[in-house]
Design a protein around this ligand. Structure first.
Ligand code: NAP
Length: 479
């Protein structure tokens, strides 16, 4: 009998209309637990509870807020191994990657515990004699947080922590595929001293509770991370209802390798950011843009490195890459490999489903050569362990190719040239630029986000999170 997990609404655990199994993608016979499915009525109850809790929470003692966030962060860090294991079991990242993500989540809560005490305003001179002007930031209200499956603890953490730190109340809707980490986080929050109604968890399908959340009149803003299709629709709904919205979406991130790159470093960072975490990172490098002089050596060395990668059960020791998270994602990855080949790309490694001792969604990382910018494989997000190589003449062509995309999340360059590194940092049309580092892998205390089709609205994380989670007030005082 697997454990049943309920929604957390107004400080109580509440069953939804049914339960869905949370299945381990490394071993389909392993059911992690049963997680309840909420509906529009539960969503409404969660928003009403948050609205009722908002006046006291938003004006309450900031030391109490800081203490609660610090306590949550401390518990996550103390339980990082257990939470990282749960994450690996439900999402398919390796255990080491899962523990790393849980650590990040703990650190985020600790960071925002400090931010509770650091929110500042401004006093500026008035143009009118005898008048004072103060500019302050106030919480937005009740915010809806919608998160994807690929970072099941870090993304809820980087939305919940600033939302609470700046005095908002929260309704979290995690991805239906991976409710386990969100539920574990909610359970920790439920014991942190945060009053009933301030934080609410409603699990369930986006197709069922997405619209009721986004369109609820009690919701002041939506912070969403996920696909471009769903994000675009949410932005439209928020525009109609005049709600604040923040979207973090997909990527088609370029990794440039110049002739003067350190070959071993370039290979390692390319393989790391293209294939680790099964390529299921919005910041993964899916386009390797390589200049003529290093092309042959680089492509050979990448294939040699790929041949050493160990793909298997996310919880097994010595594994580099776990399974794809779901059957539909695996099918999408395999479909894109076939699409690339049909467009004229040459598949030189991987691209097939793998059998392991347990039934799971395993895939051999794929490398496609002879690809061009116009191909779908280079324009659309695959979101799996699939990378294509684009060969170019020189740095100028590489830069142009790297920016030739509807996305703009992360971009990397491998070079020993200060001139090219500096030029790239200035001229890359991405929100995050990496020099001699993988395109994936960022700090938790600085802004995260992209340009063009990757992001919409203000940045997440670090102090920049206050742009979304607060609203500015200008107060005038006469003599
Ligand atoms: P998704 O299908 O767009 O789902 C994201 C979330 O939206 C899920 O909780 C989903 O619920 C919910 N949702 C679905 N339909 C909805 C609706 N009509 N109204 C409101 N919410 C709805 O994305 P995903 O497959 O989970 O995640 C992968 C995507 O996330 C990729 O594109 C990746 O690049 C992107 N991502 C971006 C970042 C970033 O910071 N830029 C970070 C990580 C991931 P269900 O799970 O129930 O469908």
């Amino acid at each position: 009998m697997t454990q049943k997990h309920d929604n957390y609404i107004n400080g109580a655990w509440v069953a939804g209309h049914s339960y869905a199994p949370n299945i381990n993608p490394s071993n389909l016979s392993d059911v992690i637990g049963e997680y309840t499915q909420g509906d529009a009525a539960q969503l409404d109850a969660a928003v009403q509870a948050a609205q009722a809790a908002f006046p006291a929470w938003s004006t309450g003692n900031v030391q109490a807020r800081a203490d609660a966030l610090d306590k949550i962060g401390t518990e996550i860090l103390a339980r990082r191994e257990e939470l990282g294991t749960l994450l690996a079991r439900e999402e398919g990242k390796t255990k080491a990657e899962g523990i790393g993500e849980a650590t990040r989540a703990g650190n985020i809560f600790k960071f925002f515990a400090g931010e509770c005490l650091r929110l500042t305003g401004e006093i500026v001179p008035s143009v009118r004699s005898g008048v004072g002007v103060e500019i302050t930031r106030e919480p937005l209200g009740v915010v809806g947080l919608i998160t994807p499956w690929n970072f099941p603890i870090a993304i809820p953490a980087w939305k919940i922590a600033p939302a609470l730190a700046y005095g908002n109340c929260v309704v979290l809707k995690p991805a239906d595929l991976v409710p386990g980490c969100a539920w574990a986080l909610a359970e920790i929050i439920s014991r942190s001293g945060i009053p009933a109604g301030v934080f609410n968890l409603v699990m369930g399908r986006g197709s069922v509770i997405g619209d009721p959340l986004v369109n609820h009149p009690g919701i002041s803003g939506i912070s969403f991370t996920g696909s471009q299709g769903v994000g675009g629709r949410i932005a439209q709904q928020c525009a109609v209802n005049l709600k604040k919205v923040q979207l973090e979406m997909g990527g088609k991130n370029p990794q440039i390798i110049l002739d003067d790159a350190d070959l071993a470093q370039a290979v390692e960072l390319s393989v790391q950011s293209a294939f680790f975490s099964t390529g299921q990172r919005c910041t993964a490098s899916s386009r390797l843009i390589v200049t003529d002089g290093i092309y042959g050596k680089f492509v050979d060395a990448v294939q040699a490195r790929m041949a050493t990668l160990k793909i298997g059960d996310a919880l097994a020791a010595g594994i580099d890459i776990g399974p794809v998270s779901s059957l539909s994602q695996l099918q999408q990855d395999l479909d894109y490999v076939a699409i690339g080949q049909a467009e004229g790309a040459q598949l030189v490694a991987g691209g097939t489903r793998l059998e392991r001792t347990t039934e799971g969604f395993y895939m051999a990382p794929a490398l496609l050569l002879d690809t061009t910018a116009a191909m779908r494989i280079n324009r659309e997000e695959v979101f799996g362990p699939v990378a294509s190589v684009i060969r170019v003449k020189d740095y100028e062509a590489a830069l142009a190719e790297s920016n030739n995309t509807p996305f703009g999340l992360s971009a990397g360059i491998a070079t020993t040239s200060l001139k090219y590194a500096t030029h790239f940092k200035r001229h890359s049309q991405a929100g995050m630029v990496m020099v001699n580092l993988p395109t994936a892998g960022v700090d938790y205390h600085v802004p995260f986000g992209g340009r063009k089709g990757s992001s919409y609205g203000s940045r997440e994380q670090g102090r920049y999170a206050q742009e979304f989670f607060t609203t500015v007030k200008t107060a005038y005082t006469g003599a």
